[in-house]
Ligand binder design. Sequence first.
Ligand SMILES: *[C@@H]1O[C@H](CO)[C@@H](O)[C@H](O)[C@H]1NC(C)=O
Ligand SMILES: *[C@@H]1O[C@H](CO)[C@@H](O)[C@H](O)[C@H]1NC(C)=O
Ligand SMILES: *[C@@H]1O[C@H](CO)[C@@H](O)[C@H](O)[C@H]1NC(C)=O
Ligand SMILES: *[C@@H]1O[C@H](CO)[C@@H](O)[C@H](O)[C@H]1NC(C)=O
Ligand SMILES: *[C@@H]1O[C@H](CO)[C@@H](O)[C@H](O)[C@H]1NC(C)=O
Ligand SMILES: *[C@@H]1O[C@H](CO)[C@@H](O)[C@H](O)[C@H]1NC(C)=O
Ligand SMILES: *[C@@H]1O[C@H](CO)[C@@H](O)[C@H](O)[C@H]1NC(C)=O
Ligand SMILES: *[C@@H]1O[C@H](CO)[C@@H](O)[C@H](O)[C@H]1NC(C)=O
Length: 272
Amino acid sequence: MNQKLSIMSSHLLVLFCFALLIFDKIPLSASFGWYTTCSNKYRCGAIEADFPFVGDGRPEGCGHPGLKLNCEKNNATIYIKGVKYQVLEVDQNAQIFKIARTDYMNGICVPQYGNTSLDPELFEYAPASGDITLLYGCSPEKNSYIGGFNCSASGKGFILPGNSTSGGAELVCRSRVIARVPDPVRNYGELGNVSVISKALAEGFPVKYKVDFEACEECKNSSGVCGYDGRLNQTTCYCQNELSLGNRTCPPTPGSGDGGGDLEVPGAKTGT
Ligand SMILES: *[C@@H]1O[C@H](CO)[C@@H](O)[C@H](O)[C@H]1NC(C)=O
Ligand SMILES: *[C@@H]1O[C@H](CO)[C@@H](O)[C@H](O)[C@H]1NC(C)=O
Ligand SMILES: *[C@@H]1O[C@H](CO)[C@@H](O)[C@H](O)[C@H]1NC(C)=O
Ligand SMILES: *[C@@H]1O[C@H](CO)[C@@H](O)[C@H](O)[C@H]1NC(C)=O
Ligand SMILES: *[C@@H]1O[C@H](CO)[C@@H](O)[C@H](O)[C@H]1NC(C)=O
Ligand SMILES: *[C@@H]1O[C@H](CO)[C@@H](O)[C@H](O)[C@H]1NC(C)=O
Ligand SMILES: *[C@@H]1O[C@H](CO)[C@@H](O)[C@H](O)[C@H]1NC(C)=O
Ligand SMILES: *[C@@H]1O[C@H](CO)[C@@H](O)[C@H](O)[C@H]1NC(C)=O
């Protein structure tokens, strides 16, 4: 009985994997409602976004895989290089979004992630932000530095400007975490004031995302919906007439809006 069950479930597993394989291929065939699917916006709390973002109703194929948003209790979040950020604002016209490390949103004492660092192919820091280095578990008796902060979990700490490995080399500390704050001119002057820096970390910093926006503009101008071809790593265009898949723009629609989904196009049966 148990054996039967496990044989059955292994068959199911094989079927399931097979189904996955097939579903995986769907974005590449023209027989799925990508135009409709990618018309959906991502919505979470106050955050609303479409191309080049994916997540929550916008599958990969609708945007860049590196811009996958999650939604947790009405908070939009994103992982970048293993660090989880909350998305605080999105300005799609400027292609800038504002993010803050979730581990620092409630104080600086308990970092859960490694250094803040972005994938330079996809992101660049928007102006007016700067790195800081947080040092944890420093042995106070060996440190002549004044100021710093006390944490019950991680002991004595210090905050230094910038991201240098050598900065604070004279300090004896257990770990260092590089993070990012907005307005470095103001905040570098307040590194001794933990409450100012905590606030700055929670405020988040602006990041520009670099996805070919012009291709998307062209696509939208032709009444298409922007998507992303993960194989070619480039922006693609989905049209109401799905036969145009793979083109930069959509052909002009012959006869406007007849509402139906089953548009009859000559030659629709050819070419697989
Ligand atoms: C969502 O964000 C709010 C405001 O920043 C915060 O108070 C709350 O704890 C967050 N919720 C989750 C699940 O992170
Ligand atoms: C952060 O980067 C610094 C300098 O590159 C390195 O010394 C440190 O170990 C890194 N910290 C973490 C948590 O990865
Ligand atoms: C940290 O703790 C030490 C010793 O308990 C104390 O002398 C120092 O003033 C504290 N520093 C801060 C910033 O609270
Ligand atoms: C530190 O900052 C420099 C210049 O801003 C940058 O080139 C480098 O990648 C940064 N290093 C880390 C570990 O963030
Ligand atoms: C930190 O900055 C705040 C706001 O500027 C100020 O009210 C507070 O007194 C400062 N704390 C210390 C310890 O300097
Ligand atoms: C899209 O259309 C707008 C308004 O017609 C035009 O200003 C813009 O240059 C077009 N963009 C592209 C990339 O074709
Ligand atoms: C697409 O990007 C991935 C990851 O960055 C890379 O491994 C792959 O070679 C790229 N493919 C093309 C066709 O550029
Ligand atoms: C792209 O558009 C051209 C010209 O409109 C057309 O000849 C071609 O078949 C289209 N390609 C695809 C993949 O639909």
